[in-house]
Design a protein around this ligand. Structure first.
Ligand code: ADP
Ligand code: S3P
Ligand code: MG
Length: 171
C-alpha cells in the first residue's frame, strides 16, 4: 500500500475534518481522522482523555494513531492539530502529500471559540491560539508539501484549492 492520497494538517478549527470528508467524497475514496480513531480506540472523547490522563498521554495515543493510519489508509487522512509536535511523526510525514490548511486568528476564534470539545482553547481562546501558532507555525510549514489558506473560503473552495495544489483530479 502506498499510503494516504492526502494528509491534512493545521491548527484546531481550520477545517481538516470538514474539508477532508469533502475531499474523500470528491476523489471517490475513504476518509479517516486520527482524532476519531483515538476516540473509538479509547472509548472516550478527546476532552475526557486530556482531563483524565493529561496531554502527554493523549500525545502518545496520537503518535500511535498517526503511525497506524499512515500505514493502513490510502484515502484522505486528517490529523489532529498537535500531531506535528512529535518529531518522529514529522519524519514519517516527509514521504507523504501533506497539505497545511492555514487561517488567521480571528477566523480561528470564529470557528472554535464556543466549542468546548477542544480542551486547549477553553480559556481565552484568542491568546491560546496565538501561543499555539507561535510554537507550531514553523512545524506546519516544515512538514507541508503545499499550504492552502482557508480564510474567506467555503469548505468546498478549500477542497478545490487542495486538489489544485496537489494536482489531483476528481474521480
Ligand atoms: N472554510 C470554512 N469556512 C467556515 N467554517 C468552516 C470552514 N471549514 C470548517 N469550518 C467550520 O469550523 C469548525 C471546525 O472545523 P473542523 O473541520 O472540525 O476543523 P479541524 O478538524 O481542523 O479542527 C466546524 O464548525 C466547521 O463547520
Ligand atoms: O491542536 C491540538 O493540540 C489539538 C487538536 C484537536 O484536533 P483538531 O485540530 O481536529 O481540532 C485534538 O486533537 C485535540 O483537542 C488537540
Ligand atoms: Mg478535526
Amino acid at each position: 500500500m502506498s499510503g494516504p492520497l492526502i494528509v491534512l494538517i493545521g491548527p484546531m478549527g481550520v477545517g481538516k475534518s470538514t474539508v477532508g470528508a469533502l475531499l474523500a467524497e470528491r476523489l471517490g475514496t475513504a476518509f479517516r481522522d486520527t482524532d476519531a480513531d483515538i476516540v473509538v480506540a479509547q472509548g472516550r472523547e478527546i476532552a475526557d482523555i486530556f482531563l483524565e490522563d493529561g496531554e502527554p498521554v493523549f500525545r502518545e495515543f496520537e503518535r500511535q494513531a498517526v503511525r497506524t493510519a499512515v500505514a493502513e489508509h490510502d484515502g484522505v487522512l486528517a490529523l489532529g492539530g498537535g500531531a506535528i509536535l512529535d518529531g518522529s511523526t514529522r519524519a514519517l510525514l516527509a514521504a507523504h502529500p501533506v497539505v497545511y490548511l492555514s487561517m488567521d486568528v480571528e477566523e480561528a476564534v470564529k470557528r472554535t471559540g464556543l466549542n468546548h470539545a477542544r480542551p486547549l482553547l477553553l480559556v481565552n481562546p484568542r491568546k491560546q491560539w496565538r501561543e499555539l501558532m507561535d510554537a507550531r507555525r514553523q512545524l506546519y510549514e516544515e512538514v507541508a508539501r503545499a499550504v492552502v489558506a482557508t480564510d474567506d473560503r467555503t469548505p468546498e473552495e478549500v477542497a478545490e484549492a487542495v486538489l489544485d495544489a496537489l494536482e489531483l483530479k476528481e474521480a
